[in-house]
Structures are given as C-alpha cells and as structure tokens.
Design a protein around this ligand. Structure first.
Ligand code: GTP
Ligand code: MG
Length: 329
C-alpha cells in the first residue's frame, strides 16, 4: 500500500491534484489545517495537509443487493458502536476482499475476523527509556481527565517503588493547584506549581536528584486555539530536555471531534494518547477509528474516578471489551 502526505492552500484543488498524482483509488485518512509557504516566517498562509493511502488493488464494490446479510448486519453493529463511516467501509471491504463467499455467510466468522482486524488496528505505545528523572506531561482539552490521569499515573508509579513528583502548570483554572495537591497529598507525593518556562527549568533542576519520575499536569486548552497550544508547548519546552507527551482524550467525545483534537494537538508532537472515561462508554468505536485513521498509538486507558486505581497500560483486546456485540465467539 502506498501512503501519501500532500499539502495545498485550497482543499478541493488539493484533492484534485492528489487524484491526478495517485489515481482515483485514494483513501483519505486525515486532514488538518497548516500554515504554508512564506520566507523566514513571513507571508505564511493557511492551507491543508492531507494524509492517506492508495489501495493495492482496484476493488469493485458489490451492488447493495449482492452484499451478504452478515456484512449489512456488521455495518449496522459498527455504526452502533460509533465507528466512523470510513472505518466501517474499510472493515467491510477488507472482509469482502479476504474472505470466501461461503465463510461470509457465518456470523461467527465475520465477528471473529472483525475482532482480529480491530485488534491489529490498535497500536499500543511502549514508553521510551527516558533519562532519570523521566518527565511525562499530560496534555489535552479541558475537562477530559488530565489531572485525574496525572494522579493515577503517580499512584501507579509509586506502587512500583518509584520516587514521584508532580509539577502543575495550570495557573489558569481557579482551584487547579488545590485540586492536584489534594489528590496527591493522600499519597504523600510532592506537588509544585509553576507558570513560566523559566520556573519549569528551575523545578526540573531541583527535582533531578530527588525523583525518578516527574509528571506534568497542564492547563486544558481548546484544540482550536493554536496560540494557547503553543503556550503549552512553550512551558514544556522549559524542561530543557525530552518530555514524553501524552494527549488525554475522553472516550465520550464524538469521533469527528476526536479527529479534530488529535489533528490540532499534533502541533505539540505528542507521543501517544491516554483515553479517559472508558467506563462511561459501551461504544468505543470512536476512539478506535480516530486512532487508526490518524496513525496514533494508545498508551493508557482510564476507567473510573478513583485515583489509586483505574489506569491501565493499553492492550488492544482490552479495548474490545468497550464495544457492544463483539464478544469473543
Ligand atoms: N468516569 C470517569 N470519570 C473520570 C475519569 N477520569 C476523570 N474523570 C472525571 O472527569 C472530571 C474532570 O477530571 P479532571 O481530571 O479535573 O479533568 P482535567 O482534564 O484536568 O480538567 P481541566 O484541568 O479543567 O482541563 C472529574 O470529575 C473526574 O473525576 C475516568 O476515567 N472515568
Ligand atoms: Mg486539570
């Protein structure tokens, strides 16, 4: 399969030029707004960056009358589970291409194959061997569960015998500092609050011999507000060294918004995603579609409001438990 990434000022003209270059059998995976052109930062204009792939083989879709009943039922089930239309199309096409006509009559077969495809689609993230103290920052939109995830991570690393410290950079929300301090105090984890890149540098130096793990809680930012996102990047830049950035998104966010959030936060070069509030959904197709179509990996899921538990390293078959009608058969 050939992948492409192309950019241009006008979206429709860009699609046309992609079709001319790669042919008609293209699949768009992601599109995002970017600044293009200019010299030395001047004269840049807003445009689009589109990523996608070209199918290996030219696949002739069936007419609606000839689509097996099992595939119609599968499409309905995927839709109920909040998978995106293009993900549903992709799954049903893959099954049609790779299966014998007879096999497709078996619902058990269709479910098993779909489970396997979905499992293969969920890329899980392995934390890098960062220098000690390793710095992990949790970034993301407001209210998704960043501070809770920071406290959960701290608790889980504490249980592993690590020396943990928390740095809060949320000077914006009233009570943010008090919230994380209260969450961490029960575990005797020290919390400091800073508001500038210089303050961050000072704290990192101070903690460098006192902690194995530093977790940074950040202010929740609207993904459409690029300036605010750059502010988050600036303050993390104050660490002066590599920071593992995990984007927190809520499982209760609709799929089109997940695409938007992941696309916009891409500017901060985050390493992987934490999917929060998994306990509040029975239909996690939105998360799976967004991860697959943006090529992002899943680092953790959080399940529940409790601080001392409910954060799990991502495992693809565990994510399937948050779908309806896809139990192993
Ligand atoms: N059910 C459930 N609730 C969660 C989970 N994680 C967080 N929450 C709840 O979500 C709400 C917001 O959590 P916070 O951690 O304050 O969210 P935040 O992203 O830090 O919010 P801001 O700092 O305002 O941007 C709280 O009521 C949490 O208890 C989860 O995994 N499951
Ligand atoms: Mg918070």
């Amino acid at each position: 399969m050939e992948y492409f990434e192309e950019s241009g000022l006008d979206y429709n003209a860009l699609l046309e030029s992609i079709r001319q270059k790669y042919g008609q059998h293209i699949h768009i995976m992601n599109r995002k707004k970017v600044m293009l052109g200019g010299i030395l930062g001047f004269g840049k204009r807003e445009g689009w960056c589109v990523t996608g792939y070209v199918s290996d083989s030219v696949f002739q879709p069936r007419t609606p009358e000839t689509v097996p009943e099992t595939l119609k039922k599968l499409s309905e089930l995927l839709e109920k589970n909040d998978f995106s239309p293009s993900y549903i199309q992709r799954i049903t096409s893959m099954l049609e291409k790779s299966s014998h006509e007879e096999s497709l009559k078996s619902w058990g077969y269709v479910i098993k194959q779909t489970r396997d495809i979905i499992c293969g689609d969920i890329k899980t993230y392995q934390s890098k061997n960062l220098f000690i103290p390793a710095i992990t920052a949790v970034i993301g939109p407001s209210g998704v569960g960043k501070t809770t995830a920071v406290a959960k991570l701290a608790a889980s690393w504490l249980k592993l015998g690590k020396r943990v410290g928390i740095i809060s950079t949320d000077k914006y929300k009233i009570g943010a500092e008090a919230q994380i301090t209260a969450l961490a105090s029960g575990m005797n984890i020290p919390v400091v609050s800073i508001g500038t890149p210089a303050g961050m540098r000072q704290q990192i130096e101070f903690w460098s011999s006192k902690a194995d793990r530093i977790i940074v809680d950040t202010v929740g930012r609207n993904p459409r507000d690029s300036k605010a996102l750059i502010g988050v990047g600036d303050i993390l830049g104050g660490c002066g060294r590599e920071v593992e950035k995990l984007l927190a998104v809520s499982a209760t966010t609709k799929v089109s918004d997940l695409f938007e959030i992941i696309g916009q936060y891409n500017m901060l070069n985050f390493n992987a995603v934490i999917c929060t509030k998994m306990d509040e959904t029975y239909h996690a197709g939105n998360v799976i579609s967004a991860l697959q179509q943006t090529g992002k990996s899943l680092a953790y899921i959080t399940v529940g409001q409790k601080i001392t538990s409910g954060i799990e390293s991502a495992k693809s078959d565990r994510v399937l438990e948050f779908l309806e009608g896809f139990d192993a058969v």
